[in-house]
Write a protein that binds this ligand. Sequence first.
Ligand SMILES: CC(C)(COP(=O)(O)OP(=O)(O)OC[C@H]1O[C@@H](n2cnc3c(N)ncnc32)[C@H](O)[C@@H]1OP(=O)(O)O)[C@@H](O)C(=O)NCCC(=O)NCCS
Length: 246
Amino acid sequence: MKFCEQPILEKDISISGCVIVGARFDPGLLSPACIARSGIALPAGIQRARPVRQAEFIAGRLCAGKALEMLVGHASVPPQGADRAPQWPAAVCGSITHNRHRALAMVARREDYLAVGIDIETWLDDRQSDELAGEILTGSERMRLQQLPVEQRARLLTLTFSLKESLYKALYPLTGTPFYFEHAELSEWRANGQARLRLLCDLSEDFPAHSEIAGRFQPMEDDLLSYVAIPWQKPGACGRSGPCPR
Ligand SMILES: CC(C)(COP(=O)(O)OP(=O)(O)OC[C@H]1O[C@@H](n2cnc3c(N)ncnc32)[C@H](O)[C@@H]1OP(=O)(O)O)[C@@H](O)C(=O)NCCC(=O)NCCS
């Protein structure tokens, strides 16, 4: 597949029971022949989309197919649902992400995880960070950001953005409730890549406001990768409200 590398297991990202597969791609090399060779049926909206969007879609699906093969022993390509979320096999939860040159897919068995979400972001620069802060941050996150030296703000904004996107991709398919950036807060993050997010609204009985959900992040060359994996566990079993982080 000329425009996209062979998807491979991301060995540096290890989370028990989850498979994360990634590939770099170059949208400029996508051709009708590549699309045909991929064997991936493009939904109508993607057929009409610009080549760069088609490339993202195919690269994400190639990663998903490989990730499913590694997890359950056979590759399949999750179709796009009406809400645009990928439709995974019944026994699997998963998530896809891409930026302009890299795609990743994360999958896990439902007997191990309720949901997973993954997100790759190109680091925002200072100008983008200033423009997006009002949309992405809650009032208290904004105040926290303002207290940081200017040169650190874009990094924290990128991190907050990415983790919230990962959270959304995990929780929307699980709860069926759309939510927005003001409905979750990054409550904690550490240099070792561990983070915690807090819901600020009720999404479902199992995910009420104030639920705390663990996330992880790590730089990937010029990008930032984040993910959320919610273990299968009876909510409340660890004495917290909502899901128990592993
Ligand atoms: C869906 C969304 C999270 C995608 O994130 P993104 O950073 O724009 O793009 P990414 O490349 O990381 O992810 C895109 C992939 O997410 C997946 N996706 C799309 N809609 C989804 C949904 N409702 N649930 C789960 N996954 C979804 C798809 O696989 C998509 O790729 P594809 O269209 O090629 O299949 C984002 O577009 C969105 O709608 N955000 C608004 C809601 C939100 O973020 N709330 C934040 C809550 S704190």
